[in-house]
Design a binder for this molecule. Structure first.
Ligand SMILES: [Zn+2]
Length: 608
């Protein structure tokens, strides 16, 4: 039976459904809605329109001063103009509050904010639009409404050149574009646009996208896919976890300067120079494993000091020795487990890591924690000098290995670095908590090894005591042998700040380079006819004492010239890890477990 009352009810229901559908299809004014127009690729200019929903009359909008790198880069320097209007098109007042923050008045009915910004910083830490492609770290482009930073947002891209596609780990939105639950998530999702090649694969329930923007002859997508299969299988099984459904690898293999990778929660962006890729494919495996492991360590196992992200100034943290350095340690283990690295390669790499630390005089004055805190100075050439700073990547990776060996020793092989990461994943990441920097690492290491490790953290993490390497290596039947070697010495040290030029940090007083006219602060354009890029340090290392080096430089006055001199020689300490002559059964078993990154499964022999 159908009576009139129930019929009316059904109609009301239909009407309500129709209204809900209409709301869903109409442009939504309920959330912050960005449109990025790729207006002038040849001039590297984009225009951004922000639709602000109804709300308070005054709104503050902030452009981050830093992102991706621990360096204040003041992206507002690239913002040409900003204006605002109400929904009826009437102009609203825009008032600058400081170099990166603006206030809009009269926005109670919502507002439309528009601005033009120049984007030409290449690489995984940048934002760039060229006639060839676009790669955006969105924090370098998008102002955020200060009061609505944690609310849902939508972004869309328009005026794409013909044939361009969009790749990002953001969720496609039903209204077109992409949505994110808040600004932090939005800007943790880099976007590639262009004519890239995309492939994908599934493994152990996870879906993986591989996006490559490079000359097709410079890479082999099947080799890359085969490498990725090994890395994701080894990493997810080592962590016994896969906290995502879909993950995206975004690669650029430029022929010019390149180098580096940037981690994100659901993707990574990695640049490797095309020559390096063909000569040393292990570089790609190593960077990729490091960035992939970051999806746990730093993105989810996250130090308290990096939260909440302060886009207006530095977030100071003492934890980068762990968040970066121990990510490299984990990447070593994952590569060993996946067969991408063998024991002798690993031990050679470890010895040269030790040499790198020992050769920097600053290892006696700057601790791993202080190096983390000073990360914000890395953009400066003087700071990068060996007498001024160590690298938290370098010392942190070594500390990860020493901590692993220490826990194995203290627990008779029953605890390792793997248990530390899994413990932190369970007790911090999975509970939505952040860990209290080095204290949190110590807490985890002590919990899994049932040992007091205060001495380790005091001496080597917070302190600058010389690391007695052989005390750590004894348990796995290895010892470090010091030697001497005559190394080529070009008479200067030069380095680059991510996408910047190669700058001379220091010149040896009285040396050939100084006599030839090279000065600290000069920009190196070419070394032996090759463009100075990421390659140049290798280029210099490839020289032998007595060779001639030709360097094209621009001095601080802007004048370019070519300098030539003979490369000298310098004695340096070398290190080599060697097997004990009579390695015991216990040491052998410990070594095997260590290289697998696992605790020993068999009960260890009882201590005497
Ligand atoms: Zn990293």
């Amino acid at each position: 039976m159908i009576n009139s009352d129930s019929r009316r009810g059904a109609e009301r229901y239909l009407l309500r459904l129709a209204l809900i559908l209409a709301t869903a299809l109409a442009p939504s004014y309920a959330v912050t809605d960005y449109t990025i127009s790729l207006v002038h690729p040849e001039q590297h200019l984009v225009e951004v329109q922000i639709q602000l929903p109804e709300g308070s009359s005054q709104r503050e909008l902030q452009l981050p001063v830093w992102n991706a790198l621990y360096q204040v880069r003041d992206f507002a320097q690239y913002l040409n103009w900003v204006r605002a209007k109400d929904r009826g098109g009437r102009p609203l007042t825009v008032h600058a509050l400081d170099k990166s923050r603006w206030q809009i008045s009269g926005a109670e009915g919502g507002a439309v904010v528009e601005y033009e910004i120049y984007v030409d910083s290449f690489g995984p830490f940048g934002a760039q639009l060229t006639p060839h492609h676009a790669f955006f770290n969105l924090a370098q482009i998008l102002l955020y409404p200060v009061a609505a930073r944690s609310e849902p947002m939508v972004v869309r891209f328009t005026q794409l050149p013909e044939g361009w596609h969009v790749a990002t780990s953001l969720t496609p939105s039903p209204n077109g574009g992409f949505s994110a639950e808040n600004y932090d998530r939005l800007v943790d999702s880099p976007v590639e646009m262009g004519r890239f090649q995309e492939s994908d694969f599934d493994q152990d329930g996870g879906h993986y996208r591989v996006v490559v923007d490079a000359e097709p002859s410079d890479y082999d997508v099947e080799k890359i896919d085969a490498m990725l299969h090994k890395i994701v299988a080894a990493a997810t099984s080592w962590m016994a976890d896969r906290p995502f459904d879909i993950y995206m690898f975004l690669y650029h293999f430029p022929r010019g300067p390149a180098g580096g990778g940037m981690e994100h929660s659901y993707s990574t962006a990695i640049d490797v120079n095309a020559d390096v890729l063909s000569r040393s494919p292990e570089v790609l495996a190593s960077v990729t494993t490091h960035e992939f492991f970051h999806l746990w360590n730093v993105k989810r196992i996250r130090p308290q000091t990096l939260e909440p992200v302060d886009y207006t100034k530095e977030n100071y943290t003492r934890a980068l020795w762990f968040s970066e350095g121990c990510t490299s340690t984990a990447a070593d283990i994952i590569q060993l487990r996946s067969g991408l690295l063998d024991e002798s390669q690993f031990e050679r790499q470890l010895s040269s890591g030790i040499a790198e630390l020992e050769r920097r005089p600053a290892h006696l004055t700057q601790s791993a924690e202080d190096s983390s805190l000073d990360a914000w100075l890395e953009g400066n050439a003087y700071y990068r000098r060996p007498e001024r700073s160590i690298s938290y990547y370098n010392k942190g990776e070594l500390l990860g290995i020493m901590l692993d060996l220490t826990m194995r020793e203290a627990s008779h092989g029953q605890a390792s670095l793997r248990e530390v990461f899994q413990w932190m994943n369970q007790n911090y990441a999975k509970k939505g908590r952040f860990f209290p920097d080095s204290d949190g690492v110590r807490e985890a290491a002590e919990a899994v090894s049932h040992a007091d490790l205060g001495w380790f953290f005091a001496k080597y993490v917070a302190g600058t005591e010389e690391i007695p390497w052989n005390d750590f290596f004894r348990g796995v039947g290895l010892h470090l042998v010091e030697g001497k070697n005559t190394a080529a010495d070009a008479g200067f040290v030069a380095s680059r700040n991510f996408d910047g030029p190669m700058i001379v940090e220091s010149v040896t007083a009285g040396g050939e380079a100084e006599r030839a006219g090279l000065r600290a602060g000069d920009t190196i354009l070419e070394i032996n006819g090759k463009i100075a890029g990421q390659e140049s340090s290798e280029e210099v290392t490839g020289l032998a004492a007595g060779d001639t080096i030709t360097v094209r430089v621009r001095n601080r006055g802007g004048a370019e010239r070519e300098l030539k001199w003979k490369v000298g020689g310098r004695e340096e300490i070398t290190y080599e890890l060697k097997d004990f002559e009579n390695i015991s059964v216990e040491q052998r078993a410990r070594r095997t477990a260590w290289l697998k990154g696992e605790a020993q499964t068999l009960p260890a022999p009882s201590p005497h």
